[in-house]
Structure formats: C-alpha cells, structure tokens
Write a protein that binds this ligand. Structure first.
Ligand code: TF8
Length: 334
C-alpha cells in the first residue's frame, strides 16, 4: 500500500468517526400572512423560530409579514413559484387554480373533528398531496390549522338551510366553496381575504365564513352581528416554501426548516384550540349573537351538500377524492 492511499484512508476514517458539524448560512426568509400577528399562526411562527435558533445557532431567520402586507394568499403563492418570495402561510383553498387536487380539502363537511383532520393531514394522505406540489414550484413544510369554518352575517340569524337564501356571502377564490353556497341558495361572491372587512363594512356583502379565531383577530365582529356555528368546512393552512429557492438550500438547512415547521405546527394547533373558545366568548361580548345549528339541521345540511362532491370530483381528480374517502373510512373503522 502506498503512503498516499494510507493517508487518504486515515483521513476518511477520521471523518467517519468525528461527527460532521451541520453547515448553516445566515439566511432570512420572508413569510407572507393574510391574518394578523395575534392569530395562532403568530404563536406557530415564534415556535418555529425558536426551534431554528436552537438548531442553526441563529443562522436561519423568519421575517413574518402580517395582514396581507406582502399581498394576498394567491399573489404571494405566485411569488413563491417565481422565486421572488420565500414563504407563505395560506389556506389551501385559494390555490386550487394552481393545484386542482387541493380542492379535496374544500369539500363541505369532510372532516368531523380536529383529530380526524390531524390524522389525515399528518399521515399518508397529507404526504401524498405535499408530493404533488414541487411540480408547481412549491414545497409544503407542514399543515397548520386554520380551523372549522363558521358563517357570520349582518342580515339575521342563520339556523337552517333556508336561511341562506339570497344571502350575499363572500367565499374564497374557489369553485367548490362557490358551489357549496350557491347550492344553499346564497349569492356567493369570490373575493380575496384582504378585501373582506371593508366589503362587510360597506355592506357590499352580508356575510363571510371563517374560523372563530379569524372572526376575532380580524375584527369581523365589528361589522357582523350574527355567527352561526356551521362547521361546514375545515381548510388547512399550508406552510409553503418557494421551490426555486428551496433548491439553493443545503440539505441540513432543508431538514432544519422541515423539522421546525412541524415543531411550529404543534405549537400553532395547541394555541389555536386554546384560543377558539376565548375568541367565541370575546365576539359574543362584542355583541355578536351566536346561533347554534341543531343536530337534525346539521345532518340535513350534510346530506344536501353531497351533490357538491359529485359535481367536483372530476376537477379535483377522482383518484384524489377516492384516496381521501378511503383514508377517512379506514380512520373511522378504528
Ligand atoms: C380566507 C382564509 C384566510 C387565510 C388567511 C389569510 O378566508 O381562511 O383567512 O388564508 O391566511 O380567505
């Protein structure tokens, strides 16, 4: 054996026994948010940052922008695809024009409770959907919680199917939501989230639908009098990263981001679930009337909404819908 080979062998051996220190460059990622910082997403971002600080010694930093300061969800997501913005935390719903399969999460009354949503999103089905995104220039780091959506309006109490008749309701830029509300007899108008408050204030529209924490932290209680506990949809938040920028990160940096997004997720969901009842109490105190939907009426709504599944299966992808239904059936059989 020649000396040179021996030296190389020794060096290789030394490398394999000495733990290699992960390498992180100083980088700052801008994060676009439509909601305000006091929303539980704020807790999630702080927890994700604390995890990154610990993991990368302060090299990777999140710089979050709130209240649509960097544009709406859809606009921000397009910037990720072109590599001019690093991150957005957005509902999946406004993105169906980019990734039709995401429409599966918009199907009315899909999940029955948060445990079901967690199991589907954090399990195989969530991975399957995340696996579709890189082709569209997006990387999903984790699913966070937006929450079960509830209707608010300024016209009158909504407690049954017939009460939706003629209600001018803002929906997300999403065909399935549009159809769900049109099917109820409402006059549904797609609109970006950033325009909702003033459209409610000027009475251009009567109604909107979002989880309790958003109704609270976006101050919709100032311009809405009635809140119906409809729980008609659960649309997750996705923590999206720009694929073109992602590809410039080292493997260690990518792993730190993915792992810390999951740490953030757990903090965010916990904060959201703790805040939900507080938010409900706060909007009631602010003068909103809370209308419960009776179990019989809820069952009737679920039944009448089934037609939306049939009408949109093809556009979402029949395989995607079937996979979701199989995953849910398996969960419910346990
Ligand atoms: C909506 C969504 C939004 C969120 C937020 C802007 O109603 O639920 O509240 O995507 O991040 O548009």
């Amino acid at each position: 054996m020649k000396l040179g080979t021996l030296t190389l062998l020794t060096a290789a051996l030394a490398l394999s026994v000495t733990p290699v220190m992960a390498q992180y460059q100083d980088r700052t990622f801008r994060v676009s948010n439509g909601i305000n910082e006091d929303h539980p997403v704020g807790d999630g971002v702080r927890a994700m940052q604390a995890c990154l600080d610990e993991r990368t010694g302060g090299a990777l930093k999140l710089n979050a922008f709130w209240g649509n300061a960097l544009g709406g969800d859809l606009q921000a997501t397009q910037s990720l695809r072109s590599g001019t913005l690093e991150m957005v935390i957005t509902s999946s719903s406004p993105l169906v024009g980019i990734v039709p399969a995401l429409g599966v999460f918009d199907l009315p009354f899909l999940f029955s409770n948060e445990q079901e949503a967690d199991a589907i999103l954090d399990g195989e089905f969530g991975d399957y959907i995340a696996g579709l995104l890189p082709e569209f220039g997006l990387v999903n780091l984790a699913y966070w919680e937006n929450g079960f959506r509830n209707l608010t309006n300024s016209r009158g109490p909504v407690e049954k199917w017939e009460d939706f008749e003629g209600l001018k309701v803002r929906v997300m830029q999403n065909n399935i939501f549009l159809d769900t509300f049109a099917n109820m007899g409402a006059n549904a108008t797609p609109m970006a989230f950033g325009e909702v408050f003033s459209a409610l204030e000027t009475r251009a529209i009567d109604a909107q639908e979002n989880p309790f924490v958003t109704i609270d932290t976006s101050q919709f209680y100032e311009v809405q009098d009635y809140l119906s506990v409809t729980n008609h949809a659960y649309t997750p938040f996705m923590v999206l990263f720009s694929k073109p920028i992602w590809d410039t990160l080292s493997e260690d940096e990518q792993t730190a981001m993915s792992d810390c997004a999951v740490v953030g997720r757990d903090a965010q969901r916990a904060a959201g679930r703790a805040l939900a009842s507080e938010s409900l109490a706060r909007v009631r105190e602010a003068g909103m009337q809370i209308n419960e939907i009776s179990p019989e009426e809820q069952a009737r709504m679920v039944e009448k909404a089934q037609v939306v599944y049939e009408r949109h299966a093809e556009e979402i992808g029949v395989e995607v819908v079937e996979r979701m239904q199989a995953a849910l059936a398996e969960l419910r059989a346990q």
